[in-house]
Design a protein around this ligand. Sequence first.
Ligand SMILES: [Fe+2]
Ligand SMILES: [Fe+2]
Length: 270
Amino acid sequence: MPGNVRIAHISDFHVGSPFFVPNLMNRVIAELNELEPELVVITGDVTNEGYRQEYKNVVAYLDRLRSPVAVVPGNHDARNVGYVHFEELIGPRHWSRDVRGVQVVGADSSEPDLDEGQIGRERYEWICEQFAAPADLKVFALHHHLLPVPGTGRERSTVMDAGDLLQVLLECGVNVVLAGHKHVPWVWRFETMYVANAGTASSLRLRGHTKPCYNVLEVEDDEVRIWRTFPFGGRTIMARFSAATGAQLGRSPEPAREHAAGPAHAEPSS
Ligand SMILES: [Fe+2]
Ligand SMILES: [Fe+2]
C-alpha cells in the first residue's frame, strides 16, 4: 500500500509572455512551499519563446521552490532551439523519479518549432523499462494532452501518437497521466487510468472563463485524490479513486461547467 505522498502538478507558466503574471507565479511558489509536496511536476511551456533569458527567469523562480522539481518541455520551450537551454539550465528532457513508492516518469513530447508533438515509438521501450518495477502508483508526465479536453475549441494538438501511447501506458500499468498545453484543467478516466490536465499556473493565456490554476495529487494509503487549486484561494476535487483498482471512490470527476463550451478563439497555440 502506498504511504502518504503529495505531488504538485503545475504547468504552462509562459514566462516571457505579455500574459505572464509574476504575482500569480509568486503566489503559487508560496502556496507550494507551504504545502511541501514530495515532488513538483511541471509539464512544460515554462517559457514563451524558448529564449535563454526566459529560461534564466524560470530558473530564478524554480530556485525558490523548496520541494524537488521535475520538468518536461512544452512546445513553446522547444521554439528557437530552446531545448538546448532547457537541457543546460533546467535538466534532462526525459527522467524517472521514485517518490516514496510512486514512480513518476517524464518524457519530452515537443518537436522543434512545432506546436504539435509526439512521444514517438522509439521512446516506448524506455518508458516501459522505467515502469517495469512494481510501484504503488505509476505516473507519466508529458506536455501535450493525451485526450481531447472539453472547452478548448477545435481539437488540433493532442500528441500525434496518442493512440499508441495510450496503449503503451495501459500496458505499463500507468495509473495517472499528467499533462498541460491546453490551459484548461480536466480529468478523464480512461479504462483504469486517469488522465489529468493542469491549467496555466501563472498566465492569462486563458480560454473562455477558465482561471489560472494548478493540480495537486494526493496519495493516502490506497486512495488517490486530484485537486484543482486556484492561486489566492480555493480548491475543488477533480478525481478520487483507488490506486489498486482505479475504481472511483465516492465522487466522480466533476464536470467543469464553468469551463465548458467556449468558442474556439484567440490563442494560436498553447
Ligand atoms: Fe503548449
Ligand atoms: Fe501553454
